[in-house]
Write a protein that binds this ligand. Structure first.
Ligand code: MG
Length: 403
C-alpha cells in the first residue's frame, strides 16, 4: 500500500501541516512573501549604548568585588523594521574585559555588520572572531541581538525555535561573601522566600568557609539544596581539605575550587573530593569544554553566555557535554533581565542543562527591561513572545550615552 505525503502527515497527527499554512491563519501567499522577505533582510544600523546599573550592595566573591554592572546595550536595526536587542556584561575579575574594551570591540563589529544578513548567524560570528579577541561579552551581545531577530522573523520564542518545550524551570539565588551572621541571615531570607536551591560563595579560609556553611545549613534545614562556588580561591590541598570537611553538609556541587588555569589541579581535587566538581572560570568556549572533558577534570560545566561569546557557543558547549554524558548549569555575571532572558532561552532549549543560576539582577537598583523572564520563589518562567521576548524601556534608553 502506498501512502501520499499528505496521508503520511495525517497519520502522524500532523493534519495542520498537511492542510497547509491556512491552518495557521495565514494565506499561503502571505507566508511565502514573508519567507522571501526574510531571505533578503539586511542590517541597516547598529546602536551601542553604555548601560550602567548600580548594585544595592557590593557583590563579593573570592577574587574581587563589583559595585555596579557596567554593561553595553546593543540594538541592531534591519531594513524591514525588525529590531534585535543584546547586552554585554563584562566581569573584569573573571573574563578580563571591561566596558571600555567591550565598547572598542563593539565598534569594530558594528562597522562589519552593516549591510549583512542578520539571519546568517554562524557566518557572522565567524567574521567577528578575527575582529576581536578576549572580548566574549561584546560578541555575546551581538550574537544575542541576531538571535532576537531570528526568533522575531520566525515568529517563535527562541527556546522553542531552538528545540525546547518547557517554558519554566528552577533557578537558584546567590549569597555573596560576607560575615557569617550576614551570610546566614541572607540565606535564611532566600529560603523563606521559597527558593529551593541556594548558591553560597566560599573560597577564603577553608575553616571559616566551613563555619559559614554550617551556620547556613543549620538555619535553613535540609529541605533546601546548597551548591557552593569557590571562584578559584583555594589551593589544591585547601580544596581537598574543605570539600572533605563539608561532606556532611550535603553540598550539591562545588564550582571552580582552584585556579582556572590549573586543569591538573582541578582533576586532582575532583579525584579526592566527595562533592562533585563544576568547572566555571576554566570554561569559556567550546574548545575549553573539549579540553576539560579530555582531562576528566570536572563532573559538570557552568556555561555562561558572556564567557562563551553568545547563545550559539553556549549551545555548542551543551552539545559537547551531552556527547560526554555530562550535565550542565547555565550561570550568569551581573546581567540585566535582557541577557538573563537570553540565558534562560539556552537553558530551556537543551535537555542536559539541568541547573540554572540566573539571579544576576537580584541586586540591581533598577530594571529597565520590559517583559522577559519572571522569577517567583525560584521558579523562572520564559515569555512566549517571538525572539527573546523582551524590550527595553524607550524612556530609559533616551538617558543612556550612545557611542
Ligand atoms: Mg562560578
Amino acid at each position: 500500500m502506498s501512502l501520499s505525503r499528505k496521508g503520511f502527515l495525517k497519520m502522524l497527527g500532523l493534519g495542520a501541516l498537511a492542510a497547509g499554512s491556512k491552518a495557521y491563519g495565514l494565506p499561503s501567499k502571505a507566508l511565502e512573501d514573508a519567507r522571501a522577505a526574510a531571505k533578503k533582510l539586511k542590517i541597516t544600523d547598529v546602536e551601542i549604548f553604555l548601560f550602567d546599573i548600580p548594585l544595592t550592595s557590593p557583590f563579593r566573591i573570592a577574587i574581587g568585588e563589583m559595585k555596579a554592572a557596567n554593561d553595553l546595550l546593543i540594538r541592531i536595526r534591519t531594513d524591514q523594521g525588525v529590531v534585535g536587542l543584546g547586552e554585554a556584561c563584562p566581569f573584569p575579575p573573571i573574563t578580563g574585559e571591561t566596558q571600555a574594551t567591550n565598547a572598542a570591540a563593539a565598534r569594530s563589529i558594528r562597522d562589519m555588520l552593516i549591510g549583512k544578513d542578520p539571519l546568517a548567524i554562524d557566518a557572522l560570528l565567524r567574521e567577528i572572531g578575527p575582529l576581536v579577541h578576549s572580548n566574549p561579552s561584546a560578541v555575546a551581545a551581538f550574537d544575542m541581538a541576531l538571535h532576537d531577530i531570528l526568533g522575531k522573523v520566525a515568529g517563535l520564542p527562541l527556546f522553542r525555535l531552538l528545540g525546547g518545550t518547557k517554558n519554566t524551570f528552577e533557578t537558584d539565588i546567590t549569597t555573596s561573601l560576607d560575615t557569617l551572621e550576614n551570610m546566614t541571615a541572607e540565606s535564611k531570607k532566600y529560603a523563606d522566600m521559597g527558593y529551593k536551591t541556594l548558591k553560597v560563595k566560599v573560597g577564603l579560609d577553608p575553616d571559616e568557609d566551613f563555619a559559614r556553611l554550617s551556620a547556613i545549613r543549620a538555619a535553613i534545614g535540609h529541605g533546601v539544596a546548597i551548591r557552593i562556588d569557590a571562584n578559584q580561591g583555594w589551593t589544591v590541598p585547601q580544596a581537598v581539605y574543605a570539600l572533605r570537611k563539608m561532606e556532611p553538609l550535603a553540598i550539591q556541587f562545588c564550582e571552580q575550587p582552584v585556579l582556572a588555569s590549573d586543569t591538573a589541579g582541578l582533576k586532582a581535587v575532583r579525584s579526592q573530593s566527595p562533592i562533585a566538581i563544576m568547572a566555571d572560570e576554566a570554561l569559556f568556549g567550546p574548545a575549553d569544554a573539549i579540553k576539560l572533558i579530555r582531562a576528566e577534570a570536572c563532573d559538570t560545566f557552568n556555561i555562561k553566555v558572556m564567557k562563551a561569546g553568545g547563545l550559539l557557543n553556549s549551545i555548542r558547549i551543551a552539545h559537547i557535554a551531552d556527547a560526554a554524558n555530562m550535565r550542565c548549569m547555565v550561570g550568569c555575571m551581573l546581567e540585566s533581565k535582557l541577557a538573563l532572558t537570553a540565558a534562560a532561552h539556552v537553558v530551556a532549549s537543551q535537555a542536559n542543562i539541568v541547573y540554572a543560576d540566573l539571579d544576576g539582577n537580584s541586586d540591581h537598583v533598577t530594571d529597565p527591561i520590559i517583559d522577559g523572564i519572571t522569577v517567583k520563589a525560584g521558579v523562572l518562567t520564559l515569555p512566549e513572545k517571538p525572539g527573546l521576548g523582551c524590550d527595553v524601556d524607550p524612556a530609559y534608553v533616551k538617558k543612556l550615552q550612545k557611542i
